[in-house]
Design a protein around this ligand. Structure first.
Ligand code: GCO
Ligand code: MG
Length: 403
């Protein structure tokens, strides 16, 4: 069996997605997600110029060999563009292999470790009251876990909070990067009040999460972790930028609030010290940005040795192809923690027909051979690419900060 054809499909049914389709000489095909939010066309160029020409004629069943060919063979290792391109190939090849086997992907990985996959949804509001209403809506819809992000008095635009209450949050909302102004002190003073209000209204059973989005220093993160301890967060996410993995050692000494990190990671080596030192509790790297199923399996296995569980990144900027594959992975992986879920627009769901379903706060994996997600190429053509950038953040004195 040989790979006969491979091509990218760029579509924007509400936001941009990049999909790689690989077709074999026997008519079977698989698809993989290659979406890197705000840098979509860089991955398309990488795939079209450097990857696709080397795939033609190869045996699509040799997933492991093709992974190493693309990783070692590039000479220039790692990085989000390279690893997203490799991930798309890998996901498409696992899709083909599972279709050839006549099995849903989770069976090929080792079968079910659980019947359903717990997800967390996003509650957002411009102030605490509006945010509590959104938490209540999620609880009514069956969610068992909710990420809680509210506006902070004195900060005009903040990560995770939609422009209008009740609307979904989409950060890549302008052609060129918008500029936001950030105040660490205003934020730190506000967050404990938000979680006190959440526990007061919803009691102890609901799992609650919070995303700091990389904005604190280690000692500030330690303070926040300590101050929210009475509210028993499921996790505190990305409390500091993680290039310096040792920073988490300092935070860990000060707080028992569980820590999650890794949505911007693309390799095992981004997380090696974090995992081996047990500085974190959840690893958030996911299939599209961290080298696909083949590499993510290695990260999850290492994490399992150190009591670290998975908490896959799952915003709307990852396509249903990634989400569908992630649900198979989550169904199999022994050290599963939770899956992030931001519902896609209905236009996106139409472009990417899929067999996973949401029920009572959980995803239920499908039984279709492969990863269970397809692409309607005719419909995809109706939504042309439109450049969209993530914002940047500045401190009140104008210093460029982490967004
Ligand atoms: O926890 C999350 O879901 C993330 O922080 C996202 O919302 C990112 O900001 C987005 O993926 C950037 O493209
Ligand atoms: Mg995040």
């Amino acid at each position: 069996m040989k790979i006969e054809q491979a091509y990218t499909i760029v579509t924007s049914p509400g936001r941009n997605f990049v999909t790689l389709k690989i077709v074999t000489d026997q008519g079977e095909y698989g698809i993989g997600d290659a979406t890197l939010n705000g840098r979509e066309m860089a991955v398309v160029a990488y795939l079209e110029e450097h990857v696709i020409p080397t795939l033609i004629g190869r045996d699509p069943q040799r997933i492991e060999d093709i992974w190493h060919y693309l990783y070692r063979g590039a000479y220039w290792r790692r990085g989000p563009v390279t690893m997203s391109a490799i991930a798309a190939v890998d996901m498409a090849l696992w899709d083909i292999k599972a279709k050839l086997a006549g099995m849903p992907l989770y069976q090929l990985l080792g079968g079910k470790s659980r019947d359903r996959v717990m997800v967390y949804g996003h509650a957002t509001g411009r102030d605490i009251e509006a945010c509590l209403e959104e938490v209540a809506r999620h609880v009514d819809e069956g969610y068992k876990a909710v990420r809680v992000q509210a506006g902070v008095p004195g900060i005009a635009s903040i990560y995770g909070v939609a422009k209008k209450d009740g609307e979904p949050y989409e950060p890549a909302d302008s052609d060129l990067p918008a500029e936001h102004v950030w105040s660490t002190s205003k934020y730190l003073n506000h967050v404990p009040k938000l979680f006190a209000a959440v526990r007061e209204r919803f009691g102890e059973d609901l799992h609650v999460l919070h995303d700091v989005h990389h904005r604190l220093t280690p000692i500030e993160a330690a303070r926040l972790g300590k101050e929210v301890e009475p509210y028993h967060l499921f996790w505190l996410e990305d409390c500091v930028p993680a290039e310096n993995q040792e920073a988490f050692g300092l935070i860990r000494q000060h707080t028992t609030t569980p820590l999650a990190v890794g949505e911007v990671f693309n390799s095992l080596y981004d997380a090696k010290a974090l995992i081996e030192n047990q500085w974190i509790d959840y690893i958030r790297a996911t299939l599209t940005h961290a080298g696909g199923i083949t590499h993510m399996r290695r990260i999850a296995d290492l994490a399992g040795l150190y009591h670290v569980r998975t908490g896959f990144h799952g915003p709307t900027d990852l396509s249903p192809v990634c989400l569908g594959s992630a649900i198979h992975f989550d169904t199999w992986v022994p050290n599963f923690g939770i899956q992030e879920y931001m519902p896609h627009t209905s236009a996106t769901d139409q472009v990417f027909p899929h067999d996973y379903r949401f029920e009572d706060g959980h995803f239920i994996v499908g039984e279709t051979p492969g990863h269970g997600v397809d692409i309607d190429e005719t419909l995809a053509k109706q939504y042309p690419y439109k450049r969209a950038s993530l914002p940047v953040n500045r401190l009140e004195d104008g210093t460029l900060w982490h967004w």
